[in-house]
Design a protein around this ligand. Structure first.
Ligand SMILES: Nc1nc2c(ncn2[C@@H]2O[C@H](COP(=O)(O)OP(=O)(O)O)[C@@H](O)[C@H]2O)c(=O)[nH]1
Ligand SMILES: [Mg+2]
Length: 235
């Protein structure tokens, strides 16, 4: 676990106490590892962003496009209400709401418990829509294969450097609401440069669920990851 870059213990650190280091927070990593063991056949994507960047709308659009080819489930975290799960179900997605009761992120234990309530048989792809927040969710490994972070054009292109841990631990950044680019002071070149300075390996796609820009590329990215996971099992 120590080599896992998403490891909570590696990123959040430990409680220093009289020359003794207590890795109290590594408990989350232990549970995340149990999730990985349990979901060996499933591609798991942890979707993060600020509130309102378009996570749920993107899950809905993805369900509409890939739902016929892939068996998809969504676990969605919010501090209150089941509104997002209802929205997902409206487009036929198998969705379960995790109400965190005011907590600003999902922890691995919540996912492990939720797995008992969804049908894992023949599941290809599990999305975890994290609580809207660019800070805390970055510290918690949820047993995912990939972390995808949306950054909407309305949020400003300075965010990767302000919230580096989120972009450092993400495999893909989606610049969302690209349809609004003509109206907001946001430069894709600037955000790309900053994100790559934080994480040289991060992939970047520009998308809009409103006009469809980049959604094919997003779906292809996902399908390739699902296939890669299946190939890994076959080895
Ligand atoms: N202009 C524009 N609005 C969008 C887009 N995607 C989502 N929205 C809107 O942004 C708001 C927040 O979207 P939502 O999916 O609930 O964001 P979440 O909080 O990240 O799950 C809603 O009013 C959506 O209709 C987009 O691509 N373009
Ligand atoms: Mg949402």
């Amino acid at each position: 676990m120590a080599s896992n870059p998403k490891s909570l213990g590696n990123r959040v650190g430990s409680l220093q106490c009289d020359n003794t280091t207590l890795h109290l927070l590594k408990a989350n990593d232990f549970v995340a590892n149990a999730i990985r063991q349990r979901l060996k056949n499933v591609c798991v994507i942890n979707v993060c962003s600020s509130p309102g960047s378009g996570k749920t709308t993107l899950m809905q659009e993805t369900g509409k496009r890939l739902g016929k080819d892939l068996n998809i489930a969504v676990l969605v975290g919010d501090p209150e209400t089941d509104r997002d799960a209802v929205r997902m179900k409206e487009v036929g997605l198998n969705a379960l709401q995790i109400v965190t009761g005011g907590m600003c992120h999902i922890e691995a234990q919540m996912i492990l418990q939720a797995l008992d309530h969804i049908d894992l048989e023949n599941l290809d792809l599990l999305f975890i829509e994290n609580v809207g927040n660019l800070l805390c969710p970055s510290a918690f490994d949820l047993g995912e294969d990939y972390r995808v972070t949306l950054l909407a054009t309305t949020e400003g292109d300075d965010k990767p450097k302000k919230y580096p841990r989120m972009f450092l631990t993400s495999e893909l950044m989606l610049v969302s609401k690209a349809d609004l680019l003509p109206y907001v002071p946001f430069t894709v070149e600037n955000v790309t440069q900053d994100a790559r300075e934080v994480n040289p390996n991060i992939e970047i796609l520009t998308i809009s669920t409103l006009n469809g820009e980049g959604i094919d590329a997003w779906c292809e990215w996902l399908q390739a990851r699902v296939e890669a996971k299946k190939a890994q099992i076959a080895e």
